[in-house]
Write a protein that binds this ligand. Structure first.
Ligand code: NAD
Ligand code: MG
Length: 393
């Protein structure tokens, strides 16, 4: 039997490692033909994974780490490369299925490159959809490429969204854990540290998304991602806080039925769902034991303590390049918070001020418009942070 050709972009990250795990559990190189593994700068981890999965090529975006990678893989027969062009080349090396799991807006160009080759796209990189949803979807339609959502909420909706009954769908319900500060007062949030913000109560994830969960910008990004992926207006997407992270999201139908997908909070389930689709493949994820949890709670999110939810909804409704600018400003503010240059509550203040200040063209016609908006939002955010003029007295 011909093996499926698969690649992982961002393989050393949280989603990348879980993907390596799912693939290894199914037999690794015995079952799959691994085409490319890519990472940012972690040569050691990438080499370790490459020796297990035996890809054709292992690529780092950071050129300064290439020498290390080459030394670690010397004599293995695995090609190595580094730099942005090599990363794009690796993304476009004709695989059947590619996991797009680079963190942040940096994942957009590789995602588009995957689609261009006609591979099935397993999409963890939500920023691709947030920054360029219409473009990504149009390219996927043009190439007849399926987009398989990996974000747990979107994968849940994907599993219970009946495309043949679109008119019968009343709303999507995105669940949110509420993050580590779910029950903090605004005053308590004012002085939280990066270490507190990066410690998620239910999920083990990369730093970027962990911090986004603390501010709830993550749920804001997911609102925008859902609107594009499922072609639903903002008014039909509800967010509900569900601290146990067992119900991963829901679809409500016109007869009053609500279909939910549940599972342990473990990304290997949505990854396996995307890998197996339209079939199902086995994982060794801990099975849900209903006797173990006595209750499932649901709460309305508080947009006063978590203004990111309001800002993201406004950006979605403004449309065009606003979500892209929001994400870019958020990435800059997040780095400043981690570097202890701004406080936790300043994050949303800065993002909102960038959106108020930035002059965006009405519509993105191509990737260059998107990259220009991203760049301009980063510039304004950096300026606000450097001058301190974002501070409200
Ligand atoms: P992470 O930070 O753990 O890993 C990111 C990966 O991308 C690493 O391999 C890193 O080396 C690589 N990378 C980072 N910057 C890069 C760059 N500029 N160029 C090339 N490679 C680069 O992130 P993660 O938590 O695995 O998240 C990855 C994506 O998946 C994000 O978009 C995130 O929002 C999304 N996601 C993650 C989770 C989760 O549970 N971790 C859940 C849902 C969605
Ligand atoms: Mg999610």
């Amino acid at each position: 039997m011909v093996k499926r050709r698969v690649s992982i972009l961002g393989s050393t990250g949280s989603i990348g490692c879980s993907t390596v795990d799912v693939i290894s559990y199914l037999g690794g190189p015995e079952t799959f033909d691994i085409v490319s593994l890519t990472a940012g700068s972690n040569a050691k981890k990438l080499a370790e994974q490459a020796l297990i999965l035996r890809p054709d090529v292992a690529v780092l975006s950071d050129e300064s780490a290439l020498e290390d990678l080459a030394a670690l893989l010397a004599g293995s027969g695995i090609d190595v490369a580094a730099g942005d062009a090599a990363l794009i080349e690796a993304a476009g090396r004709g695989a059947d299925w590619v996991m797009s799991a680079i963190a942040g807006a940096a994942g957009l160009r590789p995602t588009l490159e995957v689609i261009r080759t006609g591979a099935s796209l397993a999409l963890a990189n939500k920023e691709s959809m947030v920054c360029a949803g219409p473009l990504v979807k149009a390219e996927a339609d043009r190439m007849s490429v399926p987009i398989l959502p990996v974000d747990s909420e979107h994968n849940a909706i994907f599993q219970v969204f009946d495309n043949t009954q679109r008119e019968a769908i009343e709303r999507l319900i995105l669940t949110a854990s509420g993050g580590p500060f779910r029950s903090f007062t605004l005053n308590e949030m004012r002085s939280v540290t990066p270490a507190q913000a990066l410690a998620h109560p239910n999920w083990s994830m990369g730093d970027g998304i962990s911090l986004d969960s603390a501010t709830m910008f993550n749920k804001g990004l997911e609102l925008i991602e859902a609107a594009h992926l499922f072609d639903m207006p903002s008014s039909k997407i509800e967010i509900v806080v569900h601290p146990q992270s067992v119900v991963h999201s829901m679809v409500a139908y016109c007869d009053g039925s609500v279909l939910a997908q549940m599972g342990s909070p473990d990304m290997r389930t949505p990854i396996a769902n995307a890998l197996g689709w339209p079939d199902r493949v086995e994982t060794n994820v801990e099975r849900l034991d209903f006797a173990k949890f006595s209750r499932l709670d649901f709460e309305t999110p508080d947009e006063t303590r978590f203004p990111a939810l309001r800002i993201a909804r406004e950006a979605l409704e403004a449309g065009g390049l606003a979500p892209c600018a929001m994400n870019a400003a958020k990435e800059v503010a997040a780095s400043a918070f981690v570097a202890k240059k701004i406080g936790f509550l300043d994050l949303a203040v800065i993002v909102e001020q960038v959106l108020n200040k930035i002059n965006l063209p009405g519509k993105a016609t191509d990737i260059n418009d998107i990259l220009a908006a991203d760049c301009e939002a980063r510039r304004i955010a950096a300026e606000l942070i450097a001058s301190g003029s974002y501070r409200q007295f």
